[in-house]
Structure formats: structure tokens, C-alpha cells
Design a protein around this ligand. Sequence first.
Ligand code: UD1
Length: 363
Amino acid sequence: MCILHVVGARPNFMKVAPVMSSFQKRNGVMQTLVHTGQHYDHNMSMLFFDQLEIPKPDINLEVGSGSHAVQMAQIMLRMEKTLLDYSPDWVLVYGDVNSTVATSLVCAKLGIPLAHVEAGLRSFDRTMPEEINRLVTDQLADLLLTPSPDANENLMREGISQEKIHLVGNVMIDTLIRLLPNAEILWENGKIHNLTNDRPYGLVTLHRPSNVDDPSRISSIIEVLDGISEELIVLFPVHPRTRERFRMYDIEPKNERLCLVDPLGYLEFLALQRHATFVLTDSGGIQEETTYLGVPCLTLRENTERPVTVTMGTNILVGADLDSLKHQVNEILNGNPKLGSIPPLWDGKAGDRIAEAILNSSS
Ligand code: UD1
């Protein structure tokens, strides 16, 4: 059997790693890894391949950045040729990025069986590009591999037949469980921005258009972070898209305890999450990783496609209101963090369940 995996952007890499290694343990499976090149900076891409021990991609489509239409069109053009050359038995796509949906469209047109890892998540907010990507990909996929029961409910409500849906659990957590010990070694060696257990800090990531594209919004957020950094160090690894906005709008923090740094590797960032007093984010995956780690997470968004992190985990949706953000940070600093538990099937074995589901669907 010939399986072709497609990844393109940073959050895809921690999902493909366990699936590839689960297939590797099984006989008679040939795997091909295609990187679309959506993310291309070393610390957004190859650093992750090294740390996660993902094999070097067999093909890099090198599409790079562009408007959504340009980026997706480039992926589709180059992907069609690749899929015709390789004619795989299954294509696996991951998450909700532009590479995911562009590949799904090409597979559907060519009639190549498509499996979607992390299917069924919904924010019900169609202003987010990722929501469009999720909706379209799930309509086209032949096998929908879901992380939590809410995802199954969403898919059934959208008319997708139950036989196609398999609840496999959270595959990103497989990678976290495998690599947490390595991250802890880095932490113990005190190698990460000189932070140690006796220097409390908050960890921030923001890159969504709703937070960073409007100059007055992002300036107000930085002002609030400046204020919070009076209380504790705030470390903010800055996504390239956010860095570009800071440059365009001439934004700089005032307080030197608000530290803007380059994007970090997987192990460094995992260690920082594990030891943070709180994490403030608009990412999807970080809401899940903090829930697993039991670290308070404040999500600067109106909605989440990962509701289980709120109902069971440590995640609080702060919404857009920055006063509410200040209030929630104070709650944590005053010793009242939200406690949570780990959702079922976030157990390090989702990669194996995915491999089984695909092999069973082919027999
Ligand atoms: C993409 C995903 C988003 C995910 C995020 C994680 C889509 C629609 N969005 O957003 O869901 O949460 O990845 O990082 O697919 N850039 C670089 N170097 C890179 C990559 C990007 O400088 O290696 C800059 C470019 O200026 C580019 C911008 O970042 O225009 C945005 O990159 P893009 O891949 O379009 O989307 P992300 O914001 O990274």
C-alpha cells in the first residue's frame, strides 16, 4: 500500500510525526512525505523536522507565501502533478491550513482516497480562514479521523455518514507525550532564555488576523502586555506574520520585561509551556497542549474549535475584551487558576489508531 502524507505549515508537523512512525511499524506500507512549502523559514519548518525526527520530505513543492488564492492555486497546480506521478492508495491531510484544503480539492477531482486527520472541529466562525478549510476538507474526505466526540457530532450534523467517521483521539498529544522528557532536559539545563523555576513568566503567542491585522487592536494588546510585565516576565515568541505587522505599524514594547523573541523550536516551546505561570494565545494547538499539561491557558478569541479544552481543560476563552484579559491574569497571579483534566483518548496512541483505521478501510 502506498500512502502519501501532505504537510505545509508548522502545526501539521507534530501531527504527521506519530502517524508516519505508526505506519513504519507495519509491513507492506510505503510512505511518501510531501511538504508544500507553505512555511519555509528554518525555525517554522526544518527545525521541527529535526526535533520531531520526521523523515526529510520526499518532495517540497516550495509554494511559499502569497494571498490565500495564490497560495492555494500554487499548491493545487503542483500537487496535481505529484499525485499523478505517485498515484497513492491514500492521501493523508492534517489540520486546517491552506495546504490541507488545497490538497483535498485535488484528491477529490482525481478520485484519490483522502483521509483527514483532526476532522470535525468547528469554531462556527466563517470569518476564520481555517473554518472554511475545515468545512471543505471534511466534505471531501473519505475517512474522517476525529480527536474528540464533539467533532463526530459536528460531522453527523453536516450529513457525513457515520461509517466514514472514526474517533481516534488527539494525535498531537502523541508527540507531546513522546518528547516531554527531552523538553524537560533542555529546561533543567537552563538553556531557554535564561528562565528557571524561580523566575515566573507568562508565555504569549498571537498571529490570528483578528488580533494582529488591525493596528489599534494589536497596539492595545501590546499595551496590556506591557502592564502585565510589571508583575512577571512575559515571553512572546513572535510569528513572522505578527513580526511583519509590528514593523508595519511601528509597534515596540515599552517594558523590557516584555520580551519579543524569534519563533522557537518544538522542544523549547514545549518546555516553556510546561513551566509557565500562564499561556496567552490565539493558536488552536496550544489550547490543547496546555490542557494536557494542566497549565492555565487564556485564549484571546471569541470562539474555539476545540471546546473540550474549555469544558474539561484549563482553557478560558477571554473573548476580544482586554479588561477581561487583565482580570483573568490577575485571577491566576492571585492563586486562582482554572483547573482541568485530560480528555479521553489523549493518550499517546492516536497515531496507531489512525494507521489501523486506514488499513481496515482498505481491506
Ligand atoms: C498558517 C495557518 C494557520 C496556522 C499557522 C501556524 C492557513 C490559512 N493558516 O497561518 O492556521 O495557525 O499557519 O503558524 O493556512 N511567513 C514567513 N515565513 C514562513 C511562513 C510564513 O515569513 O515560514 C510569513 C509570510 O509573510 C506570510 C505570513 O507569514 O505571508 C503568513 O503565512 P501563511 O502560511 O500564509 O499563514 P500563517 O499566518 O502562518
